[in-house]
Design a protein around this ligand. Structure first.
Ligand SMILES: [Zn+2]
Length: 533
């Protein structure tokens, strides 16, 4: 007996990890069997190409799949028609899984073609790769659901979409309206060109997006210009003021604007004009200060021009901060899964696209095709670092619930971002393979979280004792602010009728490439260079 007891204990110690490992290999097999479904979802959402707040077809398509698979779906959350939550399972833990679904203006591009060749000239397109994240989440959770059902593993999975991420438009509202109140942990997925996860300060900027509108007085610009008060003058003076102010700001800031309305025609003094700013910085106090400075300069411009100024917040995001214990758990699974095996055709397309973007030749990161070595686990970035200019409103969730972002290798390294070139890979085998690999990592990490209570427990210890010890979340959006649902409505109204003709039809075509008649890969023929002799 004395001998048996220690043996029993060691056997038991071994059974727990072995069981998880065995279930993980089952998940990998199951996900590998979903390649057709993955390709279909990724290609379908790519073909919808919908801008923020207008993701009507995308959300309908994705929620229909979830409903068919036994998820209960609530649509129109936070008053956003294209937002939803889908839940399956019962009891705790409740783990949320999300990804963005919107695309980029003027980024229409034929997939698999290395040079600019839009499907529809001027139309929106997936020039960021947001067509791939929710399909990844669906593949991962459906594989996991099978196992949870059979093994009677308790817990609830919640899927949700990042609506209008490019406008930082929705996630702060989900948080404000309580959709993450009972969530124990969250995994967010975002397209990238490697498989990666990080913890601590993510090094990116938070931001607030504000539209300043000026109201003046029209008059005949030729016959009676002295009777006019130009709202466009106010916009221009505000921009001049801001650009002079720029010299005296810290180097961590990023700010940029577009003139949304500059009047109608030159012979009418513009009575209305507006300008839309993104104010980005590394910490909440610095973002708030920029916002205040923007309002002050806008007020001054209104005074100079005798116009009236109003402003409204169109979106916001906190600087990202991610959870260490979940990231470490996930990174083990990243190492186990590794990067996809790229074909010669995949690499040929990637290198041709990098060349097309004039990336420096011989640069191992920018001109060497697709990633073949894993990124290390991402460590915290100091808030004084000015490395990252972008923002993602996943941070508003990550400051309320332990969260990580899984970056998966579905795109080509070294492209400009928010650009038609970033759409080249997004309905090709590159994206399909990257999504399959990402789904494996996500499903395995979810299994760790559902089967090993220690993961979520230590995630909350980090959240309470490290992340939010000194920094408390203060939302940029107030109780009465509303999501800017009107954004992009006109652009989609203009392009949707033509885009509908190119929606993917999987009943007729094995892939979207096939439907568009694209040979994979399509790259420029190498021009023979005349030596000039
Ligand atoms: Zn994005």
């Amino acid at each position: 007996m004395a001998l048996l007891l220690p043996l029993g204990i060691s056997a038991q110690k071994k059974t727990v990890p072995t069981k998880i490992d065995q279930l993980k290999s089952e998940l990998i097999k199951e996900i590998d069997s979903q390649q057709k479904a993955t390709q279909e979802m990724v290609d379908m959402v790519f073909s919808f190409g919908e801008l923020g707040f207008q993701e009507v077809e995308t959300s309908k398509y994705l929620t229909d799949i979830l409903k068919k698979n036994g998820f209960s779906v609530e649509t129109g959350i936070s008053g956003v028609p294209t937002a939803w939550v889908a839940k399956w399972g019962s009891g705790k833990p409740l783990i949320a899984v999300g990804s963005d679904i919107d695309c980029i203006p003027k980024a229409s591009q034929k997939p698999g073609v290395s040079y600019h060749d839009p499907i529809i000239e001027g139309a929106p397109g997936h020039g960021e790769g947001h067509n791939s994240g929710v399909p990844l989440n669906i593949v991962a959770v459906l594989a996991l659901k099978k196992i949870m059902e059979r093994e009677k593993i308790p817990g609830t999975i919640m899927l949700w979409p990042g609506v209008a991420e490019e406008q930082l438009g929705a996630k702060a509202y989900y948080v404000r309206d309580g959709y993450f109140k009972d969530v124990d942990a969250c995994i967010f997925t975002h397209v990238a060109n490697n498989m990666a996860v990080s913890y601590g300060d993510a090094g990116n900027n938070g931001m607030v997006s504000v539209k300043f509108a000026f109201d003046g007085q029209a008059s005949h610009a030729g016959a009676a210009p002295w009777r006019g008060k130009s709202a466009l003058d106010a916009v221009e003076l505000m921009n001049i003021g801001w650009n002079y102010h720029r010299e005296h700001m810290e180097t961590t800031q990023r700010s940029h604007y577009v003139v949304v309305d500059g009047g109608d025609q030159p012979n009418v003094v513009p009575s209305k004009a507006s300008v839309w700013y993104y104010f980005r910085e590394r910490t909440y106090p610095k973002i708030s200060q920029m916002y205040k400075d923007g309002v002050r300069i806008a007020e001054a411009a209104a005074q100079m021009t005798e116009t009236k100024m109003t402003y409204e917040i169109l979106g916001s995001a906190w600087p990202g901060h991610f959870n260490q214990p979940i990231a470490e758990t996930m990174y083990k699974n990243i190492k186990a899964v590794g990067l996809p095996k790229w074909s010669d055709a995949d690499q040929k397309l990637a290198k041709a696209a990098q060349k097309e973007m004039n990336n420096p030749e011989g640069d191992t990161l920018l001109s060497n095709g697709l990633s073949t070595a894993l990124s290390p686990l991402g460590k915290p970035v100091p808030t004084t670092s000015a490395g990252g200019g972008g923002s993602d409103d996943i941070a508003d969730i990550s400051w309320n619930v332990p969260t990580v972002t899984l970056r998966y290798p579905a795109n080509i390294p070294g492209l400009p971002g928010h650009h038609w070139a970033n759409a080249i890979a997004m309905a090709t085998p590159i994206a399909h393979k990257g999504v399959i690999a990402g789904a494996k990592v996500e499903a395995m990490t979810l299994l760790d979280m559902f089967m090993n209570p220690e993961v979520i427990k230590s995630a909350w210890t980090y959240f309470n004792d490290v992340q939010t010890k000194d920094v408390k979340y203060i939302p940029f959006v107030s109780k009465t602010d509303k999501p800017a649902l009107h954004l992009n409505a006109n652009i989609m109204k203009e392009f949707r009728p033509e885009m509908k003709k190119y929606y993917y039809d999987p009943s007729k075509y094995a892939s979207y490439l096939e439907q568009l008649g694209i040979k994979y890969p399509t790259v420029r023929e190498d021009k023979k260079v005349d030596s000039g002799k």
